[in-house]
Design a protein around this ligand. Structure first.
Ligand SMILES: NC(=O)c1ccc[n+]([C@@H]2O[C@H](COP(=O)([O-])OP(=O)(O)OC[C@H]3O[C@@H](n4cnc5c(N)ncnc54)[C@H](OP(=O)(O)O)[C@@H]3O)[C@@H](O)[C@H]2O)c1
Length: 356
């Protein structure tokens, strides 16, 4: 089978590196071009990431000697890519992604198009039907062959799927969330070691707003030419940066319209699947929600890589004296929360005929 040729925009950053690493043996997609800023352009990929390659595996051989292109070499992309993943910093992503989307599908990690009303913000286990807005997006923006699909912020990946599974059954009324977010979430070089070692920083710019608002679009519905958000419950978020390399943890308190039985919640999480098995998406976790019964799990270092880093690991479900229940949830921020999530979105688009 001929693989689709993939370009990575922002290939040298933390998320870009994850794409390169995770796509090394992908059955449908092969990395053909790597793009970054002027700082990296013209260098071989291995030279451009020298001293900042962080995934823990070796750089895939096929990517090592690719020559990094500037992101504005769009004609080169059109000739050599069937679609692109965008792992660009948000300040440049909006303009660049819109230019690419005229001719090439863009599967993005950046926040800049998340609130564009006809751009689907996908978690395939929750809102796969939002891809149906793509033809309207192409008409609205005059995109000839391309389109933009985004994934949400990495902070909400840990708690939204377990909450969604419950909301469908019991209707949530309100939620309080405290996140403990890894330093890789800030990109490279990110937070200085003097600011984060032996420390917790109780502020991440823009993160609480994203954590509270993005779920509303994901749980929303397509109406006419746009996705209308679901305002049925509010989230209050505290987002903290903690001295962990990878893995965002969240502590969640939730109130329902009618308090369900604890056993029922566990059963729903245990049986939650959602992505149709017959699609056989290579990056889909076998069990999207893994519940750990031990009183001291999930733990970031022990649980972030479960099911290729694509599962959400949940634990400590217990009664709450103020709301109904409390629990803890964990997901890998640069895999499930970034590159792995982007690849899963692309796999869904491929199986639905949007990538050719
Ligand atoms: N880190 C996470 O956990 C995470 C999770 C979800 C979403 N995201 C989002 O994913 C995106 C990438 O994040 P990151 O953590 O990988 O950031 P990063 O490590 O700072 O990497 C940014 C990438 O963008 C390129 N770039 C920066 N300025 C550019 C410019 N003016 N023109 C062209 N390319 C430019 C960089 O190229 P050079 O190397 O050449 O400078 C690099 O490849 C961001 O939008 C972020 O919000 C990150």
């Amino acid at each position: 089978m001929k693989k689709l040729r993939v370009g990575i925009l922002g290939a040298t950053g933390m998320v870009g590196q994850r794409y390169i690493d995770l796509l090394r043996d992908h059955p449908w997609f092969a990395v053909s071009v790597v793009f970054a800023s002027e700082r990296s352009a013209g260098k071989s990929y291995k030279d451009a990431v020298r001293g900042r390659w962080y995934t823990g595996s070796d750089i895939p051989e096929k990517a090592s000697d690719l020559i990094v292109k500037k992101v504005d070499e769009i004609d080169y992309a059109k000739e050599n890519c069937d679609f692109v993943f965008s792992a660009l910093g948000s300040s440049v992503a909006k303009q660049v992604e819109e230019k690419y989307a005229k001719d090439l599908p863009v599967v993005s990690n950046a926040s800049s198009n998340r609130w564009t009303k006809d751009v689907p913000m996908l978690i395939p286990e929750i809102n796969p039907e939002h891809i149906n807005i793509i033809s309207k997006q192409q008409n609205n923006h005059g995109f000839r062959k391309g389109f933009i699909v985004v994934k949400p912020n990495c902070s909400l990946q840990s708690y939204l799927t377990p909450l969604y599974a419950l909301h469908k059954n019991f209707r949530i009324k309100k939620v309080i969330i405290t996140t403990m977010q890894a330093v890789s979430g800030a990109g490279h070089p990110g937070v200085s070691c003097f600011d984060i070692l032996d420390n917790i920083v109780p502020y991440i710019s823009g993160e609480e707003e994203k954590t509270e608002e993005e779920p509303k679009k994901i749980l929303g519905k397509i109406k006419g030419k746009e996705i209308v958000k679901d305002d049925s419950f509010e989230i209050s978020a505290h987002c903290n940066r903690v001295p962990v390399i990878d893995g965002h943890m969240a502590c969640i308190s939730v109130k329902f319209e009618k308090k369900p039985e604890k056993e029922k919640i566990l059963e729903i999480w245990r049986n939650f699947r959602s992505i149709p098995q017959e699609l056989s998406l290579p990056f889909a976790p076998k069990n999207p929600i893994i519940y750990r019964k031990e009183h001291d799990r999930p733990q970031t270092r022990l649980d972030r890589n479960k099911d290729k880093g694509m599962a959400v690991v949940v634990g400590r479900l217990r009664d709450c004296k103020v709301f109904d229940y409390r629990f803890t949830a964990l997901s890998h921020n640069t895999i499930r929360g970034a590159a792995g999530g982007g690849i899963l979105n692309a796999e869904l688009l491929y199986k639905r005929g949007y990538l050719k």
